[in-house]
Write a protein that binds this ligand. Sequence first.
Ligand SMILES: Nc1ncnc2c1ncn2[C@@H]1O[C@H](COP(=O)(O)OP(=O)(O)OP(=O)(O)O)[C@@H](O)[C@H]1O
Ligand SMILES: [Mg+2]
Length: 271
Amino acid sequence: MSVVVERISTGVPGLDRILSGGIPKGFLVALAGEPGTGKTILCIHFVAVGLQVGDPCVYVTTEESRESVIRQAAQFGFDFQSGIRAGKLILIDALMREKDRWSLQSLDIEELVQKVIDAKKKLGRGHARLVIDSMSAFWLDRPAMARRYSYQVKRVLTRWNFTIMATTQYAITTAEAFGFGLEHIADGIIRFRKRLIGGRLCRFIICEKMRQTPHDLRAYEIDIIDGRGLVVKHPLRFRVEDTRLPYVVLSRILRAKRRAEEGLTPRDRQE
Ligand SMILES: Nc1ncnc2c1ncn2[C@@H]1O[C@H](COP(=O)(O)OP(=O)(O)OP(=O)(O)O)[C@@H](O)[C@H]1O
Ligand SMILES: [Mg+2]
């Protein structure tokens, strides 16, 4: 029996190929990784291609201002300002302006969900794309809530006919596993990594999980190019062992996660 999965483009052709054509419609995909590795830029591509194909888009930015996202998009040839003017794109920022309709007054998950629903009502019926950059901003001071908040976002917002890209960062140095809550809940995980090789910063991505998808299991080097954006190059030439976190670091992260979740009730831990 053949099952057809409807897929939507990520906006980066090389990544679509890794994902057998794109992200299954209605999924929540986590973009996880270190600073400066390309997560925000992939979100920009995802919205840019959405606007091209006529999907309404909601873009929540907690790290940067709306203007900064618009400027970054313009550097890659994407005109977000026109999308906003045409009523096809709503950019929501956080803690930037008082009493603004599209500004979150707090990093509160309920307020986020409500604001996104308001935006969806304004954009109209049908499938829409949602970016949340970043999700971890909502649990920075309460990392143990990551899984519960992620579940709430997925449960409520996928009912509103969204396909979602949400970014997450983690601070390995403090042994806090900020990302894991979202990663368990997400339908897919694209991991962004970086490494110095021969004195040059090398960035790469790997699809670690994509439900209902026979995806490529190799890590790919990526480039971020002025005027073009994120480009997927070739599979990594060095071994996975060269880039995997050392065992001792991984076990410290897992121990911290377990400790963080110990204080939670079974309801808090639900998926
Ligand atoms: N116009 C441009 N041309 C070339 N490279 C650029 C351009 N704009 C940004 N970059 C590169 O992209 C990087 C930023 O990528 P991005 O904002 O997607 O990172 P991120 O993974 O979202 O990081 P963070 O977790 O800190 O938000 C910059 O550090 C720079 O190397
Ligand atoms: Mg970013």
